[in-house]
Design a protein around this ligand. Sequence first.
Ligand code: NIG
Length: 413
Amino acid sequence: MTPPSADSAACTSLHIRNARVLTLAAPGLQTPRRGAALRELGVIPQGEVLVAGGLIAAVGEKVDAPAGARVIDALGRVLMPGFVDCHTHACWAGDRLDEWERLMRGESYEEILRKGGAIHTTARAVREATRNQLSANLRARLEEALRGGTTTIEVKSGYGLTVEAGLKMLRAIQRAAGEWPGTVVPTALLGHAFEGNLDDYVKLVVRDLLPEIIREFPGIAVDAFCEPGAWTVEACVRLFEKARKRHPIRVHADWQKPTGMIPEAVRMHALSVDHLEASTRADLELLARSNTFGVVLPATAFHAGGRFASAAFFVDRGGALALATNCNPGTAPTLSMPLVIALAVRFCGLSPEEAIAASTVNPAALLGFPDRGTIEAGRRADLLLLHHKDERQLAYELGGNPVAQVICGGRLV
Ligand code: NIG
């Protein structure tokens, strides 16, 4: 019998020693982390972690490791939970390079959208692509995300704008998910843009597409893009009042202008409101007092211009914050959570500690995974070893990859 190599066997024990362990856990901390608790990284300055059977078996200053466990000397570097990217549109075809040049020359996103570009450009490319092509495109992006330390990722549909293309996207996401060592969470973005008249389009989505989603993808989140030129508050509410009986709801709101969507989202117990760049202080306070997460996407303001969300204000008022890439071909062509952390600290007023917790433990809770986002015995072993001995380097560095090694589901990848 050939002995398994140390790398190949998923259930080989890994004994990581001499690490600065960010456990993101401490007695008495509630999940999601809010306020000052978001700064609590639960650091073990010189610690050890034992991984066995895909899970974290033990963590502490010293752990008992079985003979034969593969030893990794961290050399004092940071060991932390894998990133959870809770908002992406990473499944697409085609590109938007021409439109990006127009954006850079000062044309607004809304103008491009109203002229049939932006989401419509990608929707045309998605309709022409086969399910296999979409899935291969996503698969390549998932590999890139993993190299940057993302071990759990949400991926939205939304570029179909027809029943067939919407289902094709979700099936492509499902297929790519099955071929990736990390975890993919699909979301049905049903209200993205619209063709023809919005009122008729909402009727079509509610009558024809939503029942298909309920049947084939039970329980996945349903999302909408509430923005001038896209869906109105009223259209979102019509969709959500139907969808929320069986699905969690999420909504993009207040990217360019305050929409008034936050009070409706809170009233309907939405899982999250995402973007928040233009939200009023009163709406941010309302959101902060609710059980609905606020998701901030700083790569969008960086790439497409415009303001950054006041994440620090939201945290100060006790909000449940998560950060995400918003990876998409129009407003955030990146899968790098380290870049998102760097931007959130520079432009959204977060400390490096807050940005780290908002990229791990909080988005894990948002996506419904109590088994990850912290380093504790019994949790899934999704871990990152950084190149650095100080976690602030994650926020300090720009544009590089601070991740030296990724352990995903207990396996070195
Ligand atoms: O949030 N739903 C919104 N979508 C993106 C833009 C998508 C696109 O332009 O393709 C956003 O920024």
